[in-house]
Design a binder for this molecule. Sequence first.
Ligand SMILES: Cc1cc2nc3c(=O)[nH]c(=O)nc-3n(C[C@H](O)[C@H](O)[C@H](O)COP(=O)(O)OP(=O)(O)OC[C@H]3O[C@@H](n4cnc5c(N)ncnc54)[C@H](O)[C@@H]3O)c2cc1C
Length: 458
Amino acid sequence: MDKTLYAELKKIYSNDILFEKEDMYPYAYDTSPNPENTLLPEFVVFPVNAKQVSQTILTCKKYNTSVIARGAGTCHCGGCRVKNKSVVMHFSKMDKILEINKEDLIAKVQPNAVIKQINDEAEKQGLFFPPDPSNLAVSTIGGAAALSSGGPRTFKYGSTKDYIINLEVVLADGKIIKTGADIAKNVTGYNLTSLFVGSEGTLGIITELTIRLIPKPQAKKVTLAYFDNLIEATQAVNNIINSGFTPATLDLLDKNTLETIEKFNPCGLLCNKEAALLIELDGFSESLNIECKKIFEILRKSNAAQIVQAQNEEENEQIWRARRSAFAAVTKLKPNVITEDVVVPRSKIVELVKGIQKICANYNIIVCIMGHAGDGNIHPNFALDLSNKEEKENFEKAKDELFELALKLEGSLSGEHGIGCEKKKYLKDALDAGAVEYMEKIKKLFDPENIINPYKMF
Ligand SMILES: Cc1cc2nc3c(=O)[nH]c(=O)nc-3n(C[C@H](O)[C@H](O)[C@H](O)COP(=O)(O)OP(=O)(O)OC[C@H]3O[C@@H](n4cnc5c(N)ncnc54)[C@H](O)[C@@H]3O)c2cc1C
């Protein structure tokens, strides 16, 4: 333990600082696989305001120590991982919804406000915050903003980046800045807000967010359409969209995913089918009835084997609970689960899914494939035993082939989980060389000494 650094941090945090080795473990990981050489943070601190964050950064800088912001730690790409001597900042004492302004359709929130909590409060005023990382009951708005998280409603509503209009950020030189203004429309100067959103906590620490809200849709209808054939399921997605409909959700679950959910969390999913589409429509009740009827016709024409529509809010929730439990169910198949995230043009989903199945068959890896088919964004959940050397090596090869395939199909490395530590070795394959050069220059401009969440992205 660095005793001098501790003494200085203690002055800022009094008792809101952890230093015992055993207390460090929960703050060293996220949901990505842990490398054998995982480091622990030097200290964990719990700021209550931006000033403390600023003091911490300046103090850490003096002791050549990095600073890593952390929300719920559910990042799949190692964005929260400790790579060198670091202080982790956890925002559990900055978790308030400061204001919901119905007239201006905005809310001001602190970074550790949980997305479900924001939505519950917004709903009380007839408002809605659409971004929904499928783990919205724990995911924080700070983490979601840093990753520009997406989720199942992105097809209709866009992702987190479309709902963040202003940020308070603490920079590597200790300055506290506002990136924009609390207005829905604004093209005054460079769009710094957008630069920070999705920067994976590598450019600065977010201490307050102004988010955009929209009026809450009056009603929703959730349907599961089952198919005997994966190609027909993905074709149905195109048929729905090409007929002029914009469902909030068009998610795909393959047979392995259906079976795994049902095995560990029985909820009546049909496991004798090859694929299912989870379709959520929202809007006014009257128009939803008409839309549903027309979409059912399209599904039948697309050869849906069975269509199950939830009849009430409880049944809606039941379907969503099943969908949200997919990751947890896959964790029970093997000691490790790795959720990957690739994105391709929607027209290439079939090729992507078939390619993933082929890669996994070649390497004898269990995979449960699901994803936001409306966005061309697929999540293969790999069930593995990483303590088995051969399986680990095979997975590394499969991963290389997965990203190679996504790029060959004119897609990219991540639709919503980000790069972190896990995908940085592929970044240069996915982006124009000039773009990477300027991204690195941006990092250097904001953080010349590389102390804010270093060794991520590049
Ligand atoms: C079961 C499950 C389902 C998921 N489904 C989805 C999905 O459908 N769509 C999707 O997009 N993602 C999904 N994810 C991935 C992830 O959970 C989300 O992206 C989530 O929004 C991350 O929030 P968090 O609070 O856990 O962030 P963390 O994991 O704590 O942090 C994420 C990144 O943000 C940085 N960060 C955190 N707080 C700040 C801050 N205040 N200032 C600056 N940087 C900060 C961290 O350093 C890290 O790099 C899922 C994860 C799980 C476990």
